[in-house]
Design a binder for this molecule. Sequence first.
Ligand code: HEM
Length: 202
Amino acid sequence: MTPKKNRLLQHIGKPSVFIISLLPLISLFWLAWSDQLGANPVETLTHRTGDWSLRFLLLTLAVTPLRRLTGWNGLQRYRRMLGLFAFFYVGLHFSVYLVFDHFFDGSAILADIAKRPYITAGFAAFLLLIPLAVTSTNGMIKRLGRNWQRLHRLIYGIGILGVLHYLWLVKADIREPLLYAGILAGLLGYRLWRRYNTMKSV
Ligand code: HEM
C-alpha cells in the first residue's frame, strides 16, 4: 500500500469501522421504533444481540490470522475496537435477559445459571470478557506488560464458551451454530499450527 493510501486509511478507517459496528444497534432501534420486532420482541432482541456478540467475537479473533495471511499490518489497529464492540453487544444481550426475562430477579438468574448449561456457558463468557474490556486501555497495556498478553488469551476460551452456549441452546437445526463452531475451529487451529511451526523451527 502506498504511504498516501495508508494515511487516508488511518484517518477514515477507525471512524468507518466504528459506524459500521453500530449498524446492528441502529437496525434494532429502527425495528423497535417501527414496531417490526415481531410477535415476540424480547426473543428477537435476545437473538439479534446474541448473534452480533458472537460475530464480533469471531471478527476480533480473525484480525491476527488475516493480518498474517495478507501481510496487511494496519488491520491490527481495529482489533481493540472490534473486541470492545463484542463486549458491548454481549452487555446488551445480557441486559435484555436481565431486564425483560427476569426483571432484575437475582435469585432467579442465579438459579437459571446453575440449572441450564447454556446459560452457565454464556454467563461465564460474559464475566471473562469484563477484565479484557477493563484492561483494553493503553495505560493498562503498559502497566500489565507481558501479563496483558497472558490475560488476553482468555479470548480463546471466551470464543469456545460463546459457541458452546449457542450449540447447547438450539434444539433442532444446529447448522448455524456449527458454522460458527467451524469458523472458530479454523481461527484457533491456525494459531496452533503457527505455534507448532515456530517451535519446530527453533
Ligand atoms: C460471550 C457471551 C455470549 C454470546 C457470544 C452469546 C451468543 C448467543 C447467540 C448466538 C444466541 C442465539 C441467537 C439466535 O438464535 O439467533 C444466544 C441466545 C441466547 N442467549 Fe446468549 N450469548 C452470550 C452470553 C449470554 C448471557 C450472559 C446470557 C444470560 C445470562 C445469555 C442468554 C441467552 C438467551 C436466554 C438466549 C436465547 C435462548 C433461546 O432462544 O432459547 N447469553 N446467545
